[in-house]
Design a binder for this molecule. Structure first.
Ligand SMILES: Nc1ncnc2c1ncn2[C@@H]1O[C@H](COP(=O)(O)OP(=O)(O)OP(=O)(O)O)[C@@H](O)[C@H]1O
Ligand SMILES: [Mg+2]
Length: 496
């Protein structure tokens, strides 16, 4: 009874007006009399119905169910009583199971005292909800526990969406009110030493499991706090998984594997949530274990498996607007850390220049992702990032720099049916006049849509037998595997 406030270790008898059943067990309570007892009934629950023998909790995806208003009323009454009865600081010192047992005891007492009519299954559900509120991230907990969710998007207290299998769905999850949501946002960001409030209403953070979090609160978000979570995948996806999902063909995957291994400078391009970071993670999987890798990210998401990795993260400015460390500063600093490969989570500004410089000056095999809808657009985005970064270089020089640095652009796309595909593996091969020339090795052609709205399409090789990075592949003794993969892709396309 460690978490409770009362010195005797018992629940404060004044918390609730007791019901008749509890009156005998709580003599002090009986003095309050029957008149003060509001009997609470859960909508749809019949008092006469015997409770089921064992707790039956509607576990799988219980959060998808819309709960009734009366459920929330009862929960709120019991929750408030619990908060009065319990010492949250002491509770915080208990491990999760002990804290849960403690809460269970008190909630059961409250339910008995209050004469709440609910089945054991409902009680279990209520207990689960209350434990989540007190110990974790409240109504988000069941969503956080699911590994099939890619994103959780909270738009104010009563609209929570998730992305599953590339599709957006509205859930039945809701918060008590905007202030509960704000409290949970605060709890999340305080774990990484930040604050979110009117004075600094935007904040990036990370959950202890590595999930990436963005919070934006009123007055900037108009209908209550907006919370976006990119769930961290416990089992990170690897290239064979992408082949299984038909995001790429086995031959395409082999070519990507070789690109990762033979130190091609690679850009991964794609829209929001198209799978760029996942792909970058996959490619880094083929880096030899004796290479020194330095990663620079806004919120550390990459999961490199190599033993020799230094992970760096940018820092936003503090409340006074000071102390920010930008991506550009990180990338520049990297160069003084004797890196062999530099991996930039997302290139979005003037750091593009430093990354290209690094790629050009003996850090082959560096990689980064960038927001663009095609390899060509990725190139123009790079150019404009450098131009807007204030480097007064002639356009041709910037283009030459890009051609001299980037070997391969891999394009990730989330199609409208929710599936994610690698739509291009493209080489940057040179310049003709003022134009950068690229050549595709693999592309994905969309041919239509079936009756269920699924995209019909096909990966195909473009028939290039000797990519530009052939010599590199030979240097790493990978040319035979490369030739075989390209040949196999071609024969497969020809239907031989
Ligand atoms: N080929 C794929 N097939 C199925 N799911 C995928 C695939 N690639 C990525 N995903 C899933 O899609 C979600 C988004 O992936 P990821 O974080 O890599 O996208 P992103 O392009 O980096 O997003 P952002 O622009 O927000 O940084 C993740 O949950 C990931 O597991
Ligand atoms: Mg990403």
């Amino acid at each position: 009874m460690f978490g409770k406030k009362s010195e005797t270790g018992g629940i404060k008898p004044v918390i609730l007006p007791p019901g008749p059943a509890a009156a005998a067990a709580h003599p002090a309570a009986s003095q309050l009399g029957r008149a003060a007892i509001p009997e609470i009934k859960l909508a749809g629950a019949t008092p006469a119905a015997p409770p089921p023998a064992a707790p039956v909790v509607d576990k799988p995806h219980a959060e998808a169910k819309h709960k009734s208003e009366s459920y929330y009323d009862i929960k709120s009454t019991i929750f408030n009583a619990l908060i009065d009865a319990i010492d949250l600081t002491q509770l915080g010192q208990l491990d999760r199971d002990a804290a849960r047992d403690e809460i269970r005891d008190i909630v059961n007492e409250i339910i008995a005292l209050k004469d709440v009519v609910m089945s054991i299954a409902e009680q279990e559900e209520l207990l689960e909800d209350i434990c989540n509120d007190v110990l974790g991230y409240g109504p988000l907990e069941p969503l956080l526990a699911r590994d099939d969710i890619a994103d959780i998007m909270v738009n104010g207290a009563s609209a929570v969406f998730i992305e599953v299998d590339g599709k957006m769905q509205k859930t039945g999850v809701r918060f008590r009110d905007n202030s509960q949501l704000l409290n949970i946002c605060q709890r999340i960001v305080s774990q990484v030493g930040r604050r979110v409030d009117e004075a600094s209403p935007i904040c990036d953070a990370r959950l202890p499991d590595g999930s990436r979090v963005n919070v934006i609160v009123p007055p900037l978000s108009i209908d209550g706090a907006a919370l976006t979570i990119r769930k961290f995948k416990k089992d990170r996806l690897r290239l064979p998984d992408l082949v299984k999902f038909k995001s790429i063909t086995p031959e395409g995957a082999t070519v990507l594997e070789i690109i990762g291994r033979v130190r091609c400078n690679t850009l991964i391009s794609g829209g929001t949530g198209s799978g760029k970071t996942t792909l970058l993670n996959c490619l880094t999987g083929y880096i030899d274990s004796d290479e020194r890798i330095i990663t620079c990210e806004d919120a550390a998401e990459l999961q490199l498996q190599q033993p020799h990795v230094v992970r760096l993260e940018t820092r936003p400015p503090n409340l006074e607007g000071e102390g920010a460390i930008t991506m550009r500063e990180l990338v520049k600093n990297c160069l003084r850390m004797r890196p062999e490969r530099i991996i930039v989570g997302e290139v979005r500004g003037p750091e593009a220049f430093d990354l290209l410089q690094a790629m050009n000056t003996g850090h082959d095999g560096s990689m980064g992702t960038l927001h663009a809808n095609s390899p060509r657009e990725a190139i123009s985005r790079l150019e404009s990032m450098i131009t807007m970064g204030g480097f007064s270089l002639p356009s041709k020089t910037i283009k030459e720099m890009i051609v001299g640095s980037i070997d391969v652009i891999v394009q990730a796309t989330r199609l409208r049916d929710g599936s994610r595909k690698i739509t291009h593996i493209t080489e940057v091969v040179g310049m003709e006049g003022d134009v950068i020339i690229t050549q595709d090795l693999f592309i994905y052609d969309v041919s239509g849509e079936d009756a269920n709205g699924k995209i019909i399409g096909k990966h195909r090789s473009t028939g290039i037998a000797r990519p530009h990075f052939w010599d590199r592949a030979r240097y790493y003794n990978e040319e035979r595997r490369l030739a075989e993969a390209l040949e196999k892709a071609e024969t497969r396309d020809a239907g031989v």
